[in-house]
Design a protein around this ligand. Structure first.
Ligand code: DP6
Length: 356
């Protein structure tokens, strides 16, 4: 008897241009395009194994060993249904293929970092889930095609189908067929950029991205300005910065966009605060670090960015990492380098992490 099983892994991605707001909540179509860097495969990632078997009675999923309900019509069910639909197309074209689309699947996924700590676990989780099902079904689909499905699990997940520098183009089609991830440049194009993750808190976050961003869409006037007049220009400029490996521009845009994302969170009614005092102190440290460098005729040396939580991600060229880590340790004496399973990690190649 054949065993139909496949395992796939997907890393976390951290946005430089933030996705915040949906124009269609069911299909998960965003109000603006976004751009991120996918972290190194070895570090923050989700690993998912899927198995299809005629003896399984229903689709089931375990996350870090705990069974999760697959709610009808929910995001998990939608992703599984969409991948099965692609499998059915393969079976219709090749009648000799086993009818795996008719079997139920059992899916087991684990993260090597705390779930929902503002460390984008849904992004790597849905990307790994869709990748493992695509491998199980031997789908002839490109990462961009798979990103259309992962997007319906969690918007930011579509970007974790690629490594390196990735854009999620918002698209304009009402059915979402052009709202997908594309590779701007592979990791090998600019391997010098590293990500230092500072875990300020690994508590589960207060306001989820999903509900927070909808409140912003409903109540923030600043968001309307952002999506019409700010993001389109920034998307162009940051892609260009990546293509010519211009860290100065990349860093400025990344910090501006993080600031504006937190400004639209504050402009939401009631306001949403994701950063805390430690987050803001890290911003002050990076601002000062860059100011001193520029004053001495140098360039920007590091960029901070914050998602829907207090944890900092610092992007920097490799040569500056040691200095940044020693600054963090100096100003946050309680900071400890990550212990396993976190290890020391970075966006590309070696980097480092700290619990602040
Ligand atoms: C601040 O992708 O988690 O990290 O689509 O509702 O699942 P849903 O939201 P999610 O939002 C991520 C928001 C962000 C910015 C980003 O990653 O672009």
């Amino acid at each position: 008897m054949s065993v139909y099983q496949a395992t796939a892994s997907a890393p976390v991605n951290i946005a430089c241009i933030k996705y915040w707001g949906k124009r269609d909540t069911k299909l998960i179509l965003p109000t603006n395009s976004s751009l991120s860097v996918t972290l190194d495969q070895d570090h923050l990632r989700s690993t998912t194994t899927s198995r299809a078997d005629p003896s399984f009675e229903k689709d089931r999923l375990w996350l870090n060993g705990q069974e999760e309900e697959i709610k009808e019509g929910g995001r998990l069910a939608t992703c599984i249904k969409e991948v099965k639909r692609l499998r059915r197309e393969v079976e219709e074209k090749n009648p000799n293929e086993p009818k795996l689309s008719t079997y139920a699947v059992h899916i087991a996924s684990k993260n090597n970092f705390p779930t929902a700590a503002g460390l984008a676990s849904s992004a790597s989780g849905f990307a790994a889930l869709v990748s493992s099902l695509a491998a199980l079904y031997a789908l002839p689909a490109s990462p961009s095609q798979l990103s259309l499905i992962a997007r319906q699990g969690s918007g930011s997940a579509c970007r974790s189908l690629f490594g390196g520098y990735v854009a999620w183009e918002m698209g304009s089609s009402p059915d979402g067929s052009d709202s997908l991830a594309i590779e701007v440049a592979p990791q090998s194009h600019w391997p010098d950029i590293h990500a230092l993750i500072c875990v300020v808190s690994d508590d589960k976050k207060g306001t989820s991205s999903t509900s927070g961003m909808q409140r912003t869409v409903e109540t923030s006037t600043l968001l309307q300005h952002r999506i019409k007049h700010v993001v389109p220009e920034r998307m162009k400029a940051i892609k260009e910065a990546i293509l010519v490996r211009d860290f100065d521009s990349f860093a400025r845009i990344t910090m501006q966009d993080s600031n504006q994302f937190h400004a639209v969170a504050l402009d939401t009614d009631p306001p949403i605060f994701y950063m805390n005092d430690v987050s803001r102190s890290i911003i002050a440290l990076i601002v000062e670090y860059n100011r001193v460098s520029i004053e001495n005729g140098g360039k920007i040396k590091a960029a901070y960015t914050y998602d829907a939580g207090p944890n900092a991600v610092i992007y920097a060229p490799k040569e500056n990492l040691k200095e940044i880590i020693s600054l963090i340790v100096k100003y946050f004496p309680q900071a400890e380098p990550f212990k396993d399973p976190f290890g020391l990690f970075g966006a590309q190649g070696v980097g480092s992490g700290a619990v602040v």
